[in-house]
Design a protein around this ligand. Structure first.
Ligand SMILES: [Mg+2]
Length: 420
């Protein structure tokens, strides 16, 4: 509890007006540094390299257990949809990416990701220099314009990841090496609890515990009575675990203001996305209430969004996920902005399979994630398209260290998962 209060105090300190301008300046510096880094040295070794071909593979990964986001309308095919992206350069170097839409989490779908890449992104990317990541994003954002923030970010992230993989392989460096960050290491994972009734909870905890997980994130909202009982059960069974509550925008403000202090009393260290993304004044009230750190997720798409939300004093941190941010370029900027602002950087995901999981591990490993990551692909997905699938040991995954995303995709396994 004391550690939580200390963290809250340091978070508050970061919010003086003077410090905000330092944050904004740091954000601008980060942006220019990323622009220099991604446009400079390695590309110059290979000035003639161009994107020659972009292929897409729409797939559905079979799932294990119940997770509310994978329940589609009646008749929807089961499984976790993804569009696997293969980009080939003129010298034959291949990069793999993966767009991971979940229509019940945000508006992108398997079909929209596939048609957007095929009909709108591919035509503006073919022939471009793959090392010019900033230019690729500018071209994609011109073809699919923003709404409030970046348009179709999850779709674009598949391209972004493939370009990171391709360029890393072309210069023989892991992402951490290219970013000047520590390579390798392990990421501790959090086990997701999404019980439909309270009496399922203990069994779900045991499943994670038996597989070596010691930290648990819970899906809460809309019913705070259920949520408090759920968190109480988890805290009693795993008192030392990091118990992270994510409401996925499911409370209204009055409910969230009542629930937040009670969750804090139970020992919940953070409350993620208590309100829908566009309830900005509500976020400000919850932040001001100060019961526990308020973390944003769904609504933080571009680095510009994050700077605005920090300036408006709406949050104590962000649950990062590269897929939500249009890929690694924007996600990496956001992590640097959070660190510069003294705010919390949590590592989350979208039940990322394989390629998208590798991108998340690369980012969290490189930037020294301090909290257990809610990367639950290995928990909920039954298949992999990798030659060597990611398999948690004692609730941890190794951060890949080979060039690019550091993984080897088996194209036969990809084809076997393809939707008809
Ligand atoms: Mg979340």
């Amino acid at each position: 509890m004391k550690a939580k209060m200390d963290r809250g105090a340091s978070v508050n300190r970061a919010h003086s007006r003077r410090e905000f301008f330092q944050v904004a300046a740091a954000g601008a510096l980060v942006a220019s540094a990323v622009r220099r880094a991604s446009a400079a040295a390695p590309g110059e070794q290979n000035p003639g390299l161009k994107i020659e071909k972009i292929e897409i593979f729409p797939v559905r990964y079979p799932t294990i257990g119940y997770f509310k986001f994978f329940e589609g309308p009646p008749g929807t095919p089961p499984g976790r949809p993804a569009v696997i992206v293969k980009v080939t350069a003129t010298d034959g170097t291949v990069g793999w990416g993966e767009s991971v839409p979940i229509p019940k989490w945000s508006y992108e779908t398997l079909e929209s990701a596939a048609s957007t890449i095929e009909n709108y992104l591919k035509p503006v990317l073919i022939g471009r220099a793959p090392f010019d990541l900033v230019g690729a994003h500018e071209a994609m954002n011109a073809a699919i314009a923003p709404s409030f923030s970046t348009g179709a970010p999850i779709t674009k992230s598949g391209i972004d990841m493939a370009l990171h993989d391709l360029t890393g392989k072309a210069c023989g460096l892991s992402l951490a090496q290219r970013w000047g960050c520590p390579s390798g290491g392990k990421i501790t994972l959090s086990w997701t609890l999404n019980p439909r009734t309270l009496d399922e909870t203990e069994k779900l905890i045991e499943e994670g515990w038996d597989r070596g997980y010691r930290n648990f994130n819970v899906k809460v909202a809309p019913d705070p009575k259920f949520d408090l009982e759920l968190c109480g059960i988890v805290k009693k069974r795993v008192p030392e675990g990091f118990l992270w509550a994510d409401a996925n925008g499911g409370y209204d403000l009055a409910t969230a203001l009542k629930a937040a202090p009670k969750l804090a009393d139970i020992g919940v260290p953070v409350l993620e996305q208590p309100l829908p993304s566009n309830r900005l004044t509500g976020y400000r009230e919850l932040k001001k209430q100060g019961a526990l750190p308020i973390i944003m997720d769904e609504g933080v798409i571009s680095p510009a969004d994050l700077i605005e939300f920090i300036r408006l004093d709406l949050l104590d941190g962000v649950a990062m996920k590269p897929a939500r941010c249009g890929g690694l370029l924007g996600a990496r900027r956001q992590v640097e902005i959070l660190k510069d602002a003294g705010l919390m950087f949590l590592g989350s995901g979208l039940t990322d399979p394989d390629v998208s999981l590798a991108a998340s591990l690369a980012l969290y490993g490189a930037y020294g994630l301090r909290f257990p990551a809610a990367l639950n692909g290995p928990q909920f997905l039954a298949k992999s398209v990798l030659t060597k699938p990611f398999t948690p040991v004692n609730g941890q995954l190794d951060v890949p260290t080979k060039p690019g995303l550091g993984i080897e995709v088996d194209e036969e396994k990809v084809k076997a998962l393809m939707v008809q």
